[in-house]
Design a protein around this ligand. Structure first.
Ligand SMILES: NC(=O)c1ccc[n+]([C@@H]2O[C@H](COP(=O)([O-])OP(=O)(O)OC[C@H]3O[C@@H](n4cnc5c(N)ncnc54)[C@H](OP(=O)(O)O)[C@@H]3O)[C@@H](O)[C@H]2O)c1
Length: 297
């Protein structure tokens, strides 16, 4: 039995499908079962609740072989570190109570970085906490999700542009969430691994944002430009959107660490996932742009 947290999230949803396709038994912890797809709801065991709650974990973990662990993003959290640790401490205690053998966690690339890195440092603190459970643990160590770009769909469609807090001419590390789900499913089903390690997984490209804009333009059949944001511009736009000072700091420290090279060491040794940027644009981005415009590009 494999226990999956966040089964309605972009990674968790794909992971559950992948595990069921492989014939695995799956138990999910979900806040609202109605948010599961109908065909999935019929095929999984369901524990209703949140995975920061020891009672939900106690209902889900008995007789389980492995746990997929993901701390949900929470932009309203007073501190990213506190948010990750609150979830992780509940997990660690429950993993010990139920003697769960194998845990796969969603983390960030850049372990070993000692400067403050905001949300990334919070994920590393989560990993240390989970490792203290004594379970065999793999921290999937990931860069920027390509799906983050879907948050700029309207801008891509209406303005023909997208923006990141990264220089136009420096390779920008990314990964598609399909590939994350596949990597998690591989680890959760073949549990021959032992001990505790980080597993960096990166997309196969080394594109700069400028090159990403070229590929996007070709795949969408319309010009898309890249606009580099400064860290100060990012902070201002977050403040304008109502983010707290702490949230601004957690995010700007993260982007500054990326500019300073926090991903470089992991990128050099990472497992290469299969989905390149062009394939992602064709299979994920373009259909969504078409759905919004109603016009095939
Ligand atoms: N984005 C990046 O570039 C990046 C890079 C590296 C690592 N990460 C990490 O990846 C993770 C995000 O994964 P994702 O994109 O798959 O997430 P997502 O699509 O945003 O899904 C969030 C999931 O968490 C659930 N959830 C939200 N609040 C919850 C709560 N209080 N208690 C229990 N469940 C809750 C949601 O369920 P409902 O249906 O109930 O709302 C949903 O299933 C984060 O840990 C992030 O730090 C992100």
């Amino acid at each position: 039995m494999i226990v999956v947290t966040t089964p309605t999230g972009q990674i968790g949803r794909k992971l559950v499908e992948n595990l069921l396709d492989r014939g695995e038994s799956v138990r999910v912890i979900v806040r609202d079962p109605a948010r599961l797809a109908d065909d999935i709801r019929q095929r999984v065991e369901i524990v209703v609740g949140t995975h920061s709650d020891p009672a939900a974990l106690d209902a889900a973990l008995p007789a389980s072989d492995a746990l997929f662990w993901l701390v949900p993003p929470d932009r309203t959290a007073s501190s990213a570190r506190q948010h990750y640790l609150d979830f992780a401490r509940a997990a660690t205690a429950a993993i010990r109570r139920h003697d769960v053998g194998h845990v796969v966690g969603i983390s960030s690339a850049g372990h070993g970085w000692t400067d403050p890195a905001g949300v990334l440092s919070a994920a590393f603190a989560m990993d240390a906490e989970l490792a203290a459970s004594g379970a065999h643990y793999r921290a999937l160590s990931l860069p920027f999700y390509l799906e983050n770009l879907l948050g700029q769909l309207d801008w891509i469609r209406d303005q023909g542009a997208f923006a990141l807090a990264a220089p136009a001419d420096r390779p920008f590390a990314t990964i598609a969430t399909d590939d994350i789900a596949r990597a998690a499913a591989d680890l959760l089903t073949d549990r021959s691994w032992r001990g505790q390690e980080d597993v960096p997984v990166f997309g196969p490209d080394r594109l700069t944002p400028g090159e990403m804009a070229e590929v996007m333009s070709e795949e969408l059949g319309r010009a898309v430009a890249y606009r580099a944001m400064t860290i100060d511009e990012l902070a201002s736009s977050m403040r304008a959107g109502g983010a707290t000072d702490r949230a601004v700091r957690d995010t700007t420290e993260m982007f500054q660490a990326q500019l300073d090279g926090i991903y470089d060491a992991d990128w050099a040794v990472a497992e290469r996932a299969s989905t390149d940027f062009r394939t992602w644009c064709r299979n994920v981005l373009e259909p969504r742009v078409v759905a919004r415009t109603g016009i095939a590009s």
